[in-house]
Ligand binder design. Structure first.
Ligand SMILES: [Cu+2]
Length: 365
């Protein structure tokens, strides 16, 4: 972790240095092409994504575009995901087999995440972005019924647990705004704050002593301060658009319950085509790899359910997503994206992702 932090801080200083240099270079450019630049700015401001036929990255990409100086953007998103089936690495596990080793086995999990976002650009080479997520999760699981007198167990009682509340709020800086011909590049640097609850007692239910803390996967946040460094490259040529966005979630130390979730590395690559003024469609591949938790919440019994074991949380996944952008009015975008994993390997037994979707509305002014 120490070396990762060091590497990160080096990158961070380097990016600050680059963006400072860039700001100077841009000042020169602005003198040289002042009239053209001013016109572009003006059009951008009046009709952010419309007049200049610029297409935005798929709605699932966070921090994929910058704004020109003085511009604001407000956005509302709804993300959803569903999981079912138990994977150990890439092989499907039988529920009964999981119940040989654990008191409970998860069956399905549904997740809904509404999110409010705001963007503001104090200058052309810096856009600030804040995101406030809500979280709603429901897990269905099956467990043994333990008969108190005989201590015999019979399998299969269904129960579920919910977890609803505020998630981890993040603040982000989009830095750089390099533009040459049809190419654009900026750095993403975010900080996720531990605003989502991690110490949540479970409700009373059958097959499980009440007041037990909820397992790791049902918690609303990471509990840690997380750094989110990355960069975004986008390109556009005529109706075609494309892009690449690698990003990292680095956990800074342990949380108040003496653990941290695994670090996460993810990369998205996409291509899009703009059919008309008001419609574009996209195809995106997203690869992710994330580690097991380190440390442990000592109150959790690892044999209660696999998701209470810090060594059964990691994995890797490749998702394929289809998207559409609608531009109904100048400065507004309605985005839709949905897809499914085409590959996943999990430190299991762990619930497998089956689908993910996202709907969002954005308005620039
Ligand atoms: Cu924006």
């Amino acid at each position: 972790m120490k070396t990762q932090l060091k590497i990160f801080l080096n990158c961070f200083c380097f990016s600050l240095f680059l963006s400072a240099n860039f700001a100077l270079a841009q000042a020169d450019d602005e003198l040289a092409e002042h009239s053209e630049h001013a016109l572009h700015q003006h059009m951008n401001h009046e009709h952010p994504n419309h007049a200049n036929h610029q297409d935005l990255a798929p709605i699932g990409i966070m921090g994929g575009h910058m704004h020109s100086a003085g511009q604001w953007m407000f956005s509302v998103r709804m993300m959803g995901g569903g999981m079912s089936g138990l994977l150990d690495q890439t092989s499907l596990q039988d529920e009964q087999k999981v119940l040989d080793g654990f008191q409970m086995s998860p069956r399905t999990m549904l997740m809904g995440m509404p999110m409010l976002g705001i963007m503001y650009a104090p200058t052309d080479w810096l856009t600030l972005m804040g995101m406030v997520p809500g979280m709603a999760m429901r897990m269905e699981h099956v467990g043994h019924e333990v008969h108190m007198h005989t201590m015999q167990t019979t399998p299969a009682i269904d129960t579920g647990m919910n977890s609803v509340g505020l998630g981890d709020i993040s603040v982000n800086a989009l830095l750089g705004n390099w533009q040459w011909q049809e190419h654009h590049l900026h750095f993403n640097l975010g900080l996720s704050m531990p605003t989502g609850a991690i110490d949540i007692p479970s409700p009373a239910m059958q097959g499980m002593p009440s007041g037990q803390p909820l397992p790791y996967t049902m918690r609303l946040g990471s509990g840690t301060w997380d750094l989110l460094p990355g960069f975004t490259y986008t390109g556009q040529s005529g109706p075609w658009g494309w892009g690449l966005q690698p990003g990292t979630t680095l956990r800074l130390g342990n949380n108040s319950l003496s653990y941290h979730l695994g670090h996460r590395f993810s990369t998205s690559g996409w291509a899009s085509y703009r059919w008309t003024d008001w419609l574009s469609t996209s195809l995106r591949l997203q690869g992710q790899i994330w580690g097991n938790a380190e440390g442990a919440d000592s109150r959790l019994d690892k044999t209660m359910i696999p998701s209470a074991d810090p060594a059964r949380l990691g994995g890797q996944r490749l998702d394929l997503l289809l998207g559409a952008n609608f531009y109904p009015w100048p400065g507004q975008r309605i985005g839709l994206e949905a897809g499914l994993p085409i590959y996943q390997s999990l430190s299991g037994p762990q619930l497998a992702q089956q689908w993910l979707a996202q709907l969002g509305w954005q308005m620039a002014f």
